[in-house]
Design a protein around this ligand. Structure first.
Ligand SMILES: Cc1cc2nc3c(=O)[nH]c(=O)nc-3n(C[C@H](O)[C@H](O)[C@H](O)COP(=O)(O)O)c2cc1C
Ligand code: SF4
Length: 481
């Protein structure tokens, strides 16, 4: 109906506009705009790909314009302080205040519906623990490792240069240096932007980026040169990621600049796929073998792997193989299925892999049953972003935690959910140099530092409230759901 009406009106209107154009030259701008609109409408009517534009010429574009800014509209006009996803306004505001070194006091009482939502809580003790002046540290490295690493309990989770901009990587690493915590490179390998003096965990992604042969296999020589660098403190072999386990990943051609391609050892301006599993591994038995090979090339530094738990029996088998081959990792990073990503298919983010807290409890229990819990530290990543979530993870079995999106918020992320489009408005998840200019690495590194420090301070205060003096006293019994 609208289509037919438009065709009729535009046919009648077009000659009138052309005539007016010549008789009223002072109205030429307005008339030109109207003529352009008529052409847009005719394009809409004639094209066959998009039914909405064909049926609703011109006005149909409003739908796509509104859709493009839907996350912002949702955030500004619809979401309440507690309803936003994946993170609520209250959670994001807290991170922003901590990053700005401001006090964050919440007025009037909790906004959560205690009897509807699953609200976790921890029991406070009538006798608080002692005041602690220093941040807790955790020593990572078992008897197979010559250079154990003394880690913070909160660190920057794997996010590659490629997923993130150079300015974001520089700010994160400078922040890590200021605060004495580590920064995981993610699967895009080590770059000059990471080398700002902060401690590095070098990740071996499933694509072996940065240390690959032309066929994608692992290059021992290139890898061992990187691990020799003093700022590289540990090595993490990525088996899977919570937001897309078993899927692998893609760096879209738009983000695959000459610079990134050179660092990764791939062709620029092409879609770069990382496989679901490292090509060096084709069976569960191969995993400890690969750990052993990587260990020999890592100059005595701790080596571990990262995974999202899927089939439980496979993980048990994996630990059995590690024990029988004597290739026990120094750490296992447990990634929650609710974890973040630059880009992933929705089915994988929503429905594949075990929920973080269940996975954490399971891994802790298996390692205890197999008698290797003391040898292997558990690192947990999954929406750890404030003092309580950090404490909860440590109670449920983690020795220390990583945070990805918490640190993205400290860089200024506004949760606009377009990390995969190269149009990140805050300069964090883009390779567009103009957009990156908005992100000042020095200013943001201070925010990264403040966020880390204030989160640990908040954690320590809660630990005191529950009556514990040390992280070794935290346990599952303290947490209630
Ligand atoms: C933008 C982005 C990029 C990521 N890139 C990687 C990566 O290269 N390698 C990896 O193992 N995990 C990657 N992750 C997953 C995070 O390291 C982390 O495990 C996950 O987001 C859970 O932590 P969070 O809930 O604190 O975000 C990425 C996450 C985000 C948000
Ligand atoms: S602000 Fe940037 S980093 Fe944050 S969600 Fe949006 S696109 Fe991703």
């Amino acid at each position: 109906m609208i289509r037919r009406t438009y065709i009729l009106i535009s046919i009648l209107l077009f000659p009138i506009l052309i005539l007016t154009y010549f008789y009223l030259p002072d109205q030429s701008i307005l008339l030109t705009l109207l003529i352009i609109l008529i052409f847009v409408g005719w394009y809409d009517v004639l094209q066959k790909k998009n039914a909405i534009l064909r049926d609703y010429p011109i006005v149909g574009h409003a739908r796509y314009m509104l859709k493009a800014i839907a996350p912002e509209l949702q955030q500004y006009f619809i979401e309440t302080n507690t309803s936003g996803h994946p993170f609520t306004k209250n959670e994001i505001n807290l991170i922003n205040s901590r990053s700005d070194n401001k006090e964050e006091f919440h007025p009037f009482g909790s906004e959560l519906d205690f009897y509807k939502n699953e609200v976790s809580w921890v029991g406070h003790s009538m006798i608080p623990g002692k005041e602690r002046k220093t941040q807790p540290r955790v020593l990572i490295g078992n008897s197979n490792c010559d250079k154990p690493y003394n880690s913070s309990i909160l660190n920057i989770s794997a996010m590659s240069f490629g997923a993130l901009s150079a300015h974001a990587i520089i700010a994160l690493n400078k922040g890590a240096k200021l605060g004495g915590f580590y920064h995981n490179t993610g699967e895009g390998s080590l770059t000059p932007f990471h080398q700002q003096g902060g401690d590095i965990v070098l990740q071996i992604g499933t694509g072996n980026f940065g240390f690959r042969n032309d066929d994608g296999s692992f290059n021992d020589q290139k890898f061992t040169e990187k691990t020799a660098l003093p700022e590289v403190k540990m090595v993490e072999v990525k088996l899977s990621q919570g937001a897309k386990p078993g899927h692998g990943g893609v760096l879209p051609a738009a983000k695959n600049t000459n610079e990134i391609a050179k660092i990764r050892g791939v062709q620029p301006h092409t879609d770069v796929f990382s496989p679901p599993l490292n090509p060096e591994i084709s069976s569960i038995e191969d995993i400890p073998k690969f750990i052993g090979r990587v260990r020999k090339l890592s100059h005595g530094k701790p080596v571990g792997f990262k995974l999202c738990i899927g089939v439980k029996s496979e993980f048990e088998q994996l630990i059995d193989y590690c024990v029988s081959q004597g290739n026990i990792p120094d750490f296992i990073t447990v990634d929650a299925s609710e974890g973040g990503t630059g880009a992933a298919p929705l089915e994988y983010s929503d429905h594949i892999g075990m929920k973080g807290e269940d996975a954490l409890v399971f891994v802790d229990q298996v390692l205890k049953e197999k008698g290797v819990r003391r040898e292997i530290k558990i690192i947990y990543a999954g929406k750890v972003m404030n003092g309580f979530t950090l404490l909860k993870a440590l109670c449920l079995g983690a020795d220390l935690c990583n945070s990805a999106r918490g640190f993205m918020f400290s860089l200024g992320c506004i949760q606009s959910l377009r990390c995969h489009t190269d149009t990140c408005p805050t300069g964090i998840a883009t390779q567009d140099k103009a957009l990156q200019e908005g992100l000042d690495p020095t200013v943001k590194s201070n925010r990264v530092y403040n966020y880390h420090k204030n989160t640990i301070d908040a954690f320590l205060e809660i630990m005191k409230t529950v009556g514990c003096n040390d992280i070794s006293e935290l346990n599952k019994e303290l947490i209630h759901n």
